[in-house]
Design a protein around this ligand. Structure first.
Ligand code: UDP
Ligand code: MG
Length: 318
């Protein structure tokens, strides 16, 4: 192998004081071993992005950087920007000083030993390496069911995502430069990266349980994330509305003819229940369709405002 290249790890952290010391020591071990095997350069760093935590997360990151700046760096965001924005903030901060970057959650659910395989695939010429989980044994049935339905639904709805891949991935400097050109405010990285293209591949790993602390993705946030993913990547729901509208119009024509025939034949209908039912049905459908359109209008609103997706307070890196 020629000169080893620079790897930057980007780890978003929101209220992660319970796991940070463990995560940092395991990542450091991995870095030492990678450097010894001449797979990554000594310039490589582990960057923790503090996403406006309310606990002592930033203090821990600061301490890590002060005591071992040859391993740890930190980005402090001015407020809680959300997971996707925090990841992007980290990536955009390091894009010009690294050759490749790996994003990983702070809770040790992603398998650190997969990093070796990712880096190897990078040297094989892959610009993007997706970390794909091969089992969901450690998740509860509910989490597994909702998550798997999510990927399937996304596919049906026309957003091309890698099945069972979350945000554990390696990207090359080139890909990061292209990612910087995506100006959207509604971020859904796992949908955006496949759009960039270039040679890519997947590596498989077993996902562990969260090391400590609790999930920052309760059901409500997960649903919001799914809706965001679909509406940011596909206009299929809007097309469905049109189809639904056409079907309903057709049914109403049939119903009209039927009512007319019944009247001619002479069976006078009281017709209360059928009228009432159709009113509810049509009213419900209209509200649903308006809601879907509203989702998109809201998106457009957020996009046209062009607000910054994150605000960086500090980048500590030696
Ligand atoms: N996270 C973040 N900002 C947030 C919420 C979460 O940076 O507003 C980070 C969190 O610290 C973790 C990662 O995103 O490193 C994934 O969150 P979590 O593990 O809670 O989600 P889950 O794995 O349960 O889906
Ligand atoms: Mg997690």
């Amino acid at each position: 192998m020629t000169e080893p290249e620079i790897l930057y790890m980007v780890v978003p952290c929101y209220n992660e004081e319970a796991v940070l010391l463990e995560t940092s020591s395991r990542l450091k071990e991995k870095y030492i071993s990678l450097i010894e095997r001449n797979m990554i350069s000594k310039e490589s760093r582990i960057v923790f992005v503090n996403d406006g935590s309310k606990d002592s997360t930033w203090e821990i990151i600061y301490e890590l950087h002060e005591s071992e700046p040859e391993f740890f760096s930190g980005v402090n965001l001015a407020h809680n920007a959300g997971h996707q924005n925090a990841v992007l903030a980290g990536l955009m901060t390091v894009k010009d000083i690294c050759d490749m970057a790996i994003t990983m959650d702070a809770d040790l659910q992603d398998d650190i030993d997969t990093i070796d395989a990712m880096v190897e695939k990078y040297y094989d010429g892959n610009q993007v390496v997706y970390g794909v989980r091969n089992a969901r044994d450690t998740d509860t049935f509910f989490k597994r069911f909702t998550a798997e339905s999510f990927y399937k639904f996304m596919k049906v709805m026309g957003a091309d995502v890698v099945y069972n891949h979350a945000d554990f991935r390696l990207m090359s400097k080139r890909v990061l430069a292209e990612l910087a050109n995506f100006k959207e405010v509604n971020l859904f990285l796992r949908g955006m990266v496949p759009l960039i293209g270039f040679k890519s591949c997947s590596v498989y790993y077993e996902r562990h349980e969260r090391f400590a602390g609790e999930s920052k993705y309760p059901l409500k946030k997960m649903l919001a994330f799914a809706v965001n993913g679909i509406t940011s990547f596909s206009t299929k729901p809007l097309k469905l509305i049109t189809t639904l509208g056409s079907i309903m119009s057709f049914i109403s024509i049939v119903a009209f003819i039927w009512a007319f025939v019944v009247k001619i034949i002479g069976h006078s209908e009281k017709g209360w229940s059928s009228t009432l039912c159709s009113i509810w049905l049509i009213g419900g459908l209209q509200l649903l369709c308006l809601g879907i359109i509203g989702e998109y209008v809201g998106k457009i609103y957020a996009e046209v405002k062009q607000r910054p997706r994150y605000i960086i307070d500090k980048f500590i890196n030696k």
